[in-house]
Each structure stands twice: as C-alpha cells, then as structure tokens.
Design a protein around this ligand. Structure first.
Ligand code: UD1
Length: 428
C-alpha cells in the first residue's frame, strides 16, 4: 500500500492544468455501449475509476486502446455481453451506469446490485423505478438486478430527489426507447450536460439538459462519435483550496470557471482574490487566515458535496467559526475525526459540522476514508507544521490524476511512498 508524506508550510505558487472530469467520463464511456462502432474519447483522465470502467467495458466485449496520453479508442463492435459482474461493481458504484445503455441497445441487462459505500447507503431505487416506468421488467436475483427491456418505451418520470446517476442512466435508456421520455426534477450537473451533448452527437434527440426537465425522443439507431470530455471542476476546486490554505498564488488552466460558480463565491467570501479568464482561474490568498464562512451542500448549481471535505480543511484554519452542512449524503463526515487528529476543532451535530478555526494544524498520521475526504487530509497536511502521513491513498487515485505531481509543480513537499519504503527509512 502507498501513502503520502507531506511536509507542510509551503506557499503554493505557479500553474496547473486540470484533467478531464471523472464524473463526466464514466457515463460517457458507458454510452459507447449504445451502438456499435469506434469512438474516440479525448481528454480522458488516467484514474483508477477510469481503469475500472475500461475493465468493465472489456468484460462486456469492447476493444479499448489508449491513443497517446489522453485519448481512448473504444470499439464496441463486439460488445454483445450484458452482465456487469459483482467483482467490478463492488469496486466502483458508477459501474451501474452501464445499465441504461445495455437496456437501450440489448433490451436487457444484468448488473450486480452495488453495496453501500463509506459515505452512505446510496441506493439505486430511482434508477430501477424509472426503468420500470419505461416498461422494463426488473427482478432481483442472487444480488443481481435483472432487467428485461423488451417493452422499453418512453415515460414521464418525476424524480423525488435529484440524482445525477439516475438522470444519466435513464437519459441513456431513453435514447433508443420508443416514444418520448420526460425526466422531471432532473439533475443539472455539468457532467449530465456533457453526456447529453455526446448523446446528441451520436444522433440522440434530447432537449433541456442543464434544466430541471429533460425531454428525450427515442430514435431507432445511434452512431459512434468523437468526443472530448469537460475539465474536472472538482479537481480545479481542490487546487483552488490548496492555494487558499497555503496562502498561495496559483493559475488554474484548462478549466470552465462557470462550473465552479458556487465554489468560487465561497472562496471569495473566505478572503481569496479570484479572477476568472477564458478557461483560466487566477487565484491568490493574501490573508494568513481565511474568513470563516458557512457552507451547505446542495445539487448543482449550489455548493457541491464533492467539495465539502476540502472546504472544511480550509475552514479548520479560518479566523472564526463556520458551519458546514452536508445535505446530499448521510455519512459524508468521515474526514472530521482525522482532521481533529491534526488539531482541528470540529464538533459534529448530525449533518452539520461546527468548525472553530485554529491558528495552527499539526502534522499527524491520518487515514483516507473516501475520495474527497482524502483530498481534504492532503490539503490540511499542506498547511500543517511538521509531517503528515496520509495512508490508504488508493482512494485519492480513484479521482485525482497524479495529484502529488501537480502539487509538487506548485512547490509542495509531498512524496508518494510504499509502506516498505517507510519501513526502510525507519531502519525497520
Ligand atoms: C454522483 C457523483 C458523485 C457526487 C454525487 C452527488 C458520479 C460518478 N458520481 O454520484 O461524485 O457526489 O453525484 O453530486 O457522477 N439516491 C437515492 N436513490 C437513487 C439514487 C440516488 O436515494 O436511486 C440518493 C443518494 O443516496 C444520494 C442522493 O440521492 O443521497 C444523490 O445521489 P446521486 O446524485 O445519484 O449520486 P451519484 O450519481 O451516485
């Protein structure tokens, strides 16, 4: 197993380039199952979750090759299988995104039911209810969801709560269904819009992506396309916080500032200077300690749950008391206990963390529990005195492309080491 060793206290300076979006590329790769042919997907980040999706698509019969650093060639000509096995789905919940495309093209899918995960139960009942409304017969057998979509047809589906994956799965299923599907209270995240854009390039008839109501008119067939994935707004946001927490000055290149509106507003409230350009954000933090400000996570365009842990790291050193409320996932506060080990003063009241900013954090051994929680520990480590050791960093590799290299390019002192190396250093 690998860990990060961080020596805190360095002001970050310089520029970094944002990678392609993890949450956009996963549904986009699943969408290649919607028709046979060769797709060229550009701006693909090299992440463990992407490798898992590639493995799943190969199991389903796709041939996949990297062409250069960032482009994937996906050939779905021989994709005839329709079973997403437990071994893959258990590693990555987003594997369920193959369900919609499989049902659309093959009229059937067998997908392992995903278990719970660290941040919450995360059911997929809304994906299943939607497919049933679209005429599918769905059965649970031996841990697998069996979907028979012989009678797949359009339907009006009103989501009781916003679901990103649910919106994406049903949008993909609807592209080849007979008749019109109307998704009400649909998710408006940029990643949903990116998927809709790709589907339209494939010949799908979709209107309203990015609004609460998406209309999909089913077509009889789709065609492969070339597509470039949007930049990762959460990675960009994480680097903005890295700049803020170290009192740095950083240029974030290759991003879409508009996608970060709520995050940028909060960081400005915290005292950062931020200037948005065309595909660039220039950020600087001239205060030693940020202002305390309150955050409440909500679906896009509000403050994203995927930035909650990172923002909390920043508030740990704020001048004052802030409250951070998590409204999307029921158990997404696992970083609190670890941040406290670094000297943070945080009290948890249900879904709200009350963070009393402290002058100093101190390096400690901490453990990553999920993807964004691990990012928050790295950020806190960058500000701490002494050495921080973040273990279980496989969580971070699921969603950040070479985070330590990008941080190092900004001057951070961070090393990835194997546990054996640590033993050797200590002369064990
Ligand atoms: C996606 C993102 C994840 C992000 C989340 C919320 C991907 C690959 N992952 O996850 O990074 O944190 O959106 O922005 O894009 N829910 C149900 N029933 C369902 C579906 C969802 O109750 O059938 C609940 C979930 O438990 C959660 C909430 O709805 O509490 C939002 O979940 P959802 O938007 O579906 O998240 P994901 O698509 O899994």
């Amino acid at each position: 197993m690998e860990k990060f060793i961080i020596e805190g206290g360095v002001r970050l300076e310089g520029e970094i380039r944002v990678s392609g979006s993890k949450n956009a590329v996963l549904p986009i790769l699943s969408a290649t199952l919607l028709c046979k042919g060769t797709f060229r997907i550009d701006n693909v980040p090299r992440l463990n979750d992407v490798y898992t999706m590639i493995e799943l698509l190969k199991i389903l019969g796709c041939d996949i090759l990297w062409e250069g650093e960032k482009r994937l060639l996906v050939n779905s000509e021989r994709a005839e299988k329709y079973v997403a096995p437990y071994e893959v789905v258990k590693r990555m919940r987003a594997s369920v995104l193959v369900m919609g495309p499989l049902v659309a093209r093959m009229r059937r899918a067998v997908v392992s039911y995903p278990g719970g995960c660290a941040i919450g139960v995360r059911p997929i009942d809304l994906h299943i209810e939607g497919l049933k409304k679209m005429g599918c017969h769905v059965e649970m057998k031996e841990g697998y969801i069996h979907v028979n979509g012989e009678n797949l047809k359009g339907a009006r589906i009103s989501f009781p709560i916003k679901t990103v994956g649910g919106t994406e799965n049903l949008m993909m299923a609807a592209t080849l269904a007979e008749g019109e599907t109307i998704l009400e209270n649909a998710a408006k995240e940029p990643e949903v819009v990116d998927l809709a854009r790709m589907l339209k390039k494939m010949g799908a008839e979709i209107e309203g992506e990015g609004t609460d109501v998406i209309r999909i008119r089913g077509v009889s067939n789709l065609r492969p396309c070339d597509y470039s994935v949007i930049p990762d707004r959460i990675e960009a946001g994480t680097f903005l916080v890295a700049c803020g927490i170290t009192g740095g000055e950083v240029a974030i290149k290759g991003c879409i500032p508009e996608h970060l509106r709520a995050v940028i507003d909060k960081l400005k409230e915290a005292g950062m200077d931020i200037v948005e350009g065309d595909g660039t954000i220039l950020a600087a933090m001239r205060r030693r300690r940020p202002f305390a400000c309150d955050v409440s996570t909500m679906p896009y365009p509000s403050f994203p749950t995927d930035m909650q842990a990172q923002f909390m790291a920043l508030m740990c050193v704020a001048d004052g008391v802030s409250t951070i409320t998590e409204n999307i996932f029921e158990n997404r506060m696992l970083h609190v206990a670890e941040l406290k080990r670094m000297g943070a003063d945080i009290r948890l009241c249900g879904r709200t963390a009350i963070v009393r900013g402290v002058e100093y954090l101190s390096g400690a051994k901490v453990m990553a529990s999920d993807l964004r929680a691990s990012a928050s520990l790295v950020l806190a480590g960058l500000r701490s005195s002494g050495i921080t050791e973040v273990s279980r960093i496989y969580h971070i590799d699921r969603g950040y492309e070479r985070i330590e290299e990008k941080l190092k390019a900004l001057g951070a002192k961070i090393e990835r080491v194997k546990d054996e190396d640590m033993a050797a250093r200590k002369g064990i």
